[in-house]
Design a binder for this molecule. Structure first.
Ligand code: NAD
Length: 395
């Protein structure tokens, strides 16, 4: 029996080597005046950047630019909205990693309404409903990890002891067009490939075992996991010569975003949220370093108190996909999965949390701040002690 489910709307998706050449024609369907939101350095470092601007110009488009340094803050979004609220903007184009895309998504959402993004963040402040209208948003990712090109949320952070990492979320924020050109990823250095790849892998795995998973997202998540199996380590080790592996990871990241927008996530993202708010830890690094430990804890918690939880069979299925081995679907497969994730964590040189400034005295406040929206769709309700064990295991 197929349980009832719904899929919220998706962007129009253009995927493939050279796809970025379609950007001027696609953008022109929305009008002439663009707001280009990029990272602080990533766009100028893109070999394709200058040619792209030339093509936009030749297509008769004009643009203003906003550069976002680091992972975006509510203040960066509000500043851009204030600067451009009275300018005629027909579409917002975000080109960059998840940071630039999330900033572009939030700015596109608020250019017309003009209010502060703090009004709408999940779990903090007044949490007012968002009424739109959103300015059309075109997402052009240059990293393969966040899937932000397909999600309805923009993650914004304020760093520090009272910091937070929260989402501005609404169906109306989904990009009109996601333009994925794997060639734009050729300049990603290995550490970025590793962190982003583990982010995509985490999103696929957490969507697949989420309490809100459905048959359609399961099919997409499994396809994405197979792409990670064939792409991640090959791309990380071979670098920019591994065009096919790079394409697989761009595809995996896209699917991870499509899935997470429908199903929510799990304990890794629950813990990554305070880690990224209290410490300057890039999001993909936080996810990557926690994934094996959190998977082990989820599995052990279910084996000991919910042996019939359907997520146990799903973890075994993921082991079969990622190892490529046929097997019986039992506890041994789940051990294999955790061993494989541990091995990848080491091969991808993901740092331990202690190297990133986290100490054992920080565990309690990380646990206390970990029960945001992602934790709610974890396949098993973890105790505070179990969440603390995940963090402590990675110190
Ligand atoms: P990022 O956008 O912060 O970029 C990391 C670094 O990589 C930057 O220095 C950037 O300049 C550089 N970079 C980007 N593209 C490059 C390229 N092609 N070549 C060389 N360098 C390049 O990193 P990210 O991991 O893509 O995004 C992280 C952000 O995305 C976090 O804020 C995270 O919370 C958010 N996120 C959002 C969602 C969502 O659904 N909206 C999902 C997961 C993560």
């Amino acid at each position: 029996m197929i349980t009832p489910f719904s899929i919220a709307h998706l962007p129009r998706i253009e995927f493939g080597s050279g796809a970025v050449r379609k950007l001027p024609d696609i953008a022109a369907t929305f009008g002439r005046h663009m707001l280009l939101v990029t990272g602080a350095r990533s766009f100028s470092a893109l070999p394709q950047g200058a040619a792209l601007l030339d093509r936009l110009h030749k297509r008769g488009l004009d643009w203003q630019t906003v550069q976002i340094a680091g992972e975006p803050s509510p203040e960066a979004v509000d500043d851009a909205v204030r600067r451009f609220a009275s300018t005629a903007i027909d579409a917002v184009i975000g080109i960059g990693g998840g940071s630039a895309l999330d900033a572009a998504k939030a700015i596109a959402g608020l250019l017309v309404p003009g209010n502060s993004v703090m009004d709408h963040l999940d779990g903090i402040g007044p949490q007012k409903p968002y009424g739109g209208p959103a300015t059309p948003f075109i997402a052009v990712p240059t990293t393969a990890g966040t899937g932000s090109e397909a999600t309805k949320n923009a993650v914004l952070s304020r760093l520090g002891p009272d910091g937070f990492k929260k989402s501005f979320r609404d169906d109306a924020l989904v990009a009109q067009v996601a333009l994925l050109d794997p060639d734009l990823l050729a300049s990603c250095p290995p550490a970025l490939i590793a962190a982003n790849g583990m982010d995509a892998l985490t999103q696929l795995l957490e969507s697949y075992v989420s309490t809100r998973a459905n048959p359609m997202t399961d099919a997409l998540a499994l396809s994405g996991l197979a792409a990670v199996r064939d792409g991640l380590i090959v791309w990380y080790e071979a670098g920019d010569t591994a065009a096919e592996a790079r394409e697989r990871m761009a595809y995996a990241a896209l699917l991870s975003g499509i899935c997470l927008a429908q199903t929510g996530l799990g304990s890794v993202h629950g813990i990554a949220s305070p880690l990224g708010a209290f410490f300057p830890i890039p999001h993909g690094v936080a996810c990557g370093t926690l994934l094996a430990a959190a998977t082990r804890t989820n599995i052990e918690a279910m084996e000991s108190r919910e042996p019939h939880n359907p997520a146990l069979a799903k973890y075994a299925q993921v082991a079969r996909v990622l190892t490529g081995r046929a097997s019986g679907g039992g506890p041994e497969d789940r051990r294999d999965l955790v061993r494989l994730l541990d091995t990848w964590t080491q091969r991808l040189a993901l740092p331990r949390l202690a190297e990133l400034g986290v100490a054992s005295g920080d565990v309690a406040r990380i646990v206390a701040a970990s029960r945001g929206s992602s934790m709610k769709t974890n396949p098993v309700v973890l105790t505070d002690d179990e969440i603390g064990e995940v963090v402590a295991a990675r110190l």
